[in-house]
Design a protein around this ligand. Structure first.
Ligand SMILES: Cc1cc2nc3c(=O)[nH]c(=O)nc-3n(C[C@H](O)[C@H](O)[C@H](O)COP(=O)(O)OP(=O)(O)OC[C@H]3O[C@@H](n4cnc5c(N)ncnc54)[C@H](O)[C@@H]3O)c2cc1C
Length: 395
């Protein structure tokens, strides 16, 4: 048994790897456990199909950890949001928020690889490869059994993703919100360049997003839809799929010329009932809450967990116990309130855009038109979405 870490982080994805690095930067010794090293995952177009729209607040976190700049980040400056049924549309422009960009599109695998490179260089970090098979919390320590050995620490951070084993082993209750949808993800080449514009169209069956990629005329696609439609579109020949997508996005990028491999993800939303379910245990990232990808916020709120975690550790006097009873209750309360708000907002958005009644459609179009014409309200919405407004700062 290798004992004596201040903190063990289980899961070295976007959130766990950045948490481990932030904790080491805060002066603690860290053991990071993952079942495998991150693997490059490129599709046929040479890019990772999994992307995140990274907010300026998340960019600041990654910059503080030394991994940004250095990533092949694609700035996006504009966002267009419209719907299948309505006439009103929302257009967000970075200039309206007094910024050069709204955010950056990052490919998952290179971002995780850059975080791991930072972890491997850091003298306070030890990486252990293995699967977590058991957990035991005692008065002064958490003991983590691995497929190959064991590891112990004064604080355990579970960041092992949506199907968290840490959460399961501890029997932590979650509140589930069925989405009834799956997300089809891929990359497409388009007739016109994306020009740094993210597109989102609310279709009756679910939201469709095209995010600008590293290539000027390629965009990554996340298309939320019912499981039968996802199954049907997965089976379509490439040219038929391109034609359907071109119609669905109203050819805003011209012809859809080619499509990479297609993947389907189940879409779940859940929030744990407690982000600090035992003394000495925290859950963060997708292990704690999973959001519908329609607003591109999942990793960004996971990075918020990391910022909050680091701020708490930095406030501790040197040498104090980072797993002390009661230390994380405020953190857990704040994270849970924020998570519940976000899950409810995603469900509300989905409902508002899927609901077919003429009254709701009229109200929605009126509201969207009003927001689009009101520069002050729009500026505030943009700043909140970027993690720079007072609401985002309050959590
Ligand atoms: C289609 C789609 C589009 C999205 N778009 C966006 C977007 O635009 N913007 C955004 O912010 N978010 C987006 N998200 C969400 C975002 O991808 C996730 O919120 C984020 O990747 C979660 O990171 P994580 O580190 O918490 O979990 P994960 O990335 O799942 O990492 C979990 C890690 O834990 C390890 N692990 C798991 N089990 C064990 C075990 N038993 N023992 C040891 N290790 C283990 C895994 O190997 C992995 O490395 C999207 C999600 C989807 C599905």
């Amino acid at each position: 048994m290798s004992d004596g870490f201040d903190v063990v982080v289980v899961g070295g994805g976007l959130v766990g790897a950045s948490a481990a690095l932030a904790i080491a930067h805060a002066g603690c010794s860290v053991g990071l456990v993952d079942r495998a090293r991150p693997q490059p995952s490129t599709g046929d177009f040479g890019m990772d199909i999994r992307n995140i729209a990274c907010s300026p607040a998340s960019r600041d976190l990654l910059a503080g950890l030394g991994v940004f700049p250095g990533l092949d980040a694609v700035p996006y400056r504009r966002m267009q949001v419209w719907e299948e049924r309505g006439t009103a549309a929302l257009e967000f422009d970075a200039e309206e928020a007094g910024r050069a960009e709204l955010g950056w599109i990052l490919e998952n695998a290179p971002t995780v690889a850059a975080l791991w490179a930072g972890l491997e260089r850091h003298p306070r970090v030890t990486i252990r490869l293995g699967t977590v098979t058991g957990l035991k919390c005692t008065a002064g320590q958490v003991h983590v059994a691995l497929s190959d050995g064991a590891i112990g620490a004064r604080l355990l951070v579970g960041a092992d993703g949506a199907r968290s084993v840490v959460r399961e082993l501890l029997g932590v209750a979650t509140t589930q919100l069925a989405t009834g949808q799956q997300a089809l993800a891929t990359i497409v080449r388009t007739g016109r360049p994306h020009d740094g514009t993210a597109l989102q169209r609310f279709l009756l069956d679910g939201p469709l997003a095209l995010l600008p990629s590293r290539e000027a005329s390629a965009s990554s696609v996340v298309w939320s839809q019912s499981p039968p439609e996802a199954e049907r579109r997965m089976a379509l020949a490439d040219d038929r799929f391109c034609a359907e997508l071109e119609t669905a996005i109203e050819a805003r990028l011209g012809r859809i010329l080619a499509v990479d491999r297609r993947f389907v993800f189940p879409l779940v939303q859940h929030v744990v009932d407690d982000f600090n379910p035992r003394d000495r245990v925290l859950l963060i990232g997708d292990a704690a809450r999973v959001l519908h990808p329609l607003a591109g916020l999942g990793a960004n709120v996971g990075f918020e967990d990391v910022r909050d975690l680091r701020a708490n550790l930095e406030r501790l006097p040197a040498g104090s116990d980072p797993g002390r009873a009661g230390l994380w209750r405020t953190f857990a309360r704040r994270r849970r309130v924020r998570a519940r708000l976000m899950v409810a907002a995603m469900a509300g958005f989905r409902y508002a855009y899927a609901e077919g009644s003429p009254t709701l459609s009229w109200l929605r179009n009126g509201a969207v038109g009003w927001i689009n014409g009101n520069a002050t309200v729009k500026r505030q919405i943009i700043r909140e979405a970027l993690g720079l407004g007072p609401l985002a700062a309050a959590w």
